[in-house]
Write a protein that binds this ligand. Sequence first.
Ligand code: FES
Ligand SMILES: [Fe+2]
Length: 443
Amino acid sequence: MADITDLVDIENGRLKGAVFTDEEIYEQELEKVWKRAWVMLAHDSMIPKKGDFLQTYIGEDPVMVVRQKDGSVKGFLNQCRHRGMRICRVDKGTAKAFTCTFHGWSYDLGGDLIQVPRQDTAYPETFERGDYSAVKVPRIEYYKGFWFGTWDEDAPSFVDYLGSAAYYLDGYIDRWDGGMEQVAFHRWVLPNNWKFMAEQPTSDMQHSEITHVSAATVLNKGSDAADRTKRGTNPVGRQFFSDYGHGGAWYGEKGAEVPNTGQAIQAYESQPEIAEMIARRLGDDREVRGHLNIWPTFMVLGNYTIRVTHPRGPHEMEVWAWTFVPKDAPEDVKDSIRRDVLRTFTPGGMFEADDALNWEEMQHVLKGKVARDTGYLYQMVGAPIQWDEGCYPGGSSQHVFSDNAAINMYANYLDMMTSDSWEELMEKRAQHRMGLEPASVEA
Ligand code: FES
Ligand SMILES: [Fe+2]
């Protein structure tokens, strides 16, 4: 049986390729990561009215997310308790109840079984519908417009799970009095392991100065690509990471230009009354937008593509990406943000295509046995780690190009994979946080 502790070496910044290819490791991930972590299920604007629903996933498990009559949101496994069909096969809509199309069992908005054809005449009297409600997502919590769920009843609250990452996440999603709304949705499948993509907004800003140079040149109308990639400069910025594997990075400090935040948003926010509103909500020094990942795969980028990737076996992932806009912004601003994301971070987007090619290539090379055993390095850890430095909670380093957040992500991953409960995981994380040092680099 594959042993994850043989494959992930945090101290020396090395990972074996099997972390991204092995079927047994993947099965363990479904159990230890995806049945335990908090996963983003929906935003208010996706299911605004009672009876509104969408189906999504937690890991590979299909989940119905439904706005209840009292305004709350519930989630349940989209699997009929009769013979296991999906209860609902529609992606999104509004319903009063859900009727399985195989034999007609019906469930209410909360997933309780309310009708079974021929129950009176063909089932024994002892048959109780209450015993066969859909499997409920036991914990669902709300955070600033978003609904998150976990299968693990013993998980910490979502706010505790976010920890110091809340400060950074709020910098993206809590800026505007009127909140946000989603205006576009794309989903697509890529032939690579889900962790390749998770790692990128968590930690890897440095690839942009190489991978994205052509796209940045075109997008900047032929002017200096450094505007969007910082190529050839010594970029001022910061990378952060926190206890449960979350991480992010951004260029610039207070008051600096934010190069990979969409130009449409920047123009909107430079209006004095909008700038004032943001300063009132976030304070003067919280310009923390670049890219961010809340482990495992809730990703937010500075031009407001917000996404979740779903694992699809070790060799494939499914990306669900929404474009968000400030709800109170004028229509032309919203449309400009939508087009900016379309150009950059959708399946046909220029940065997205660059990234996808890298991940596909990495996965393809790992078909080779020698390549799989050779593995990967995460040794760009020269920037010293600071804890709760100045206005920046959590761990951070004062260099936007760093593997520290990736190392932290894989340290959390290793702890999750080797813990049998949240209690054990929390203990391990607390110990490892205290001891977290830049990895000692072996020759
Ligand atoms: S499988 Fe759903 S009613 Fe039979
Ligand atoms: Fe990229």
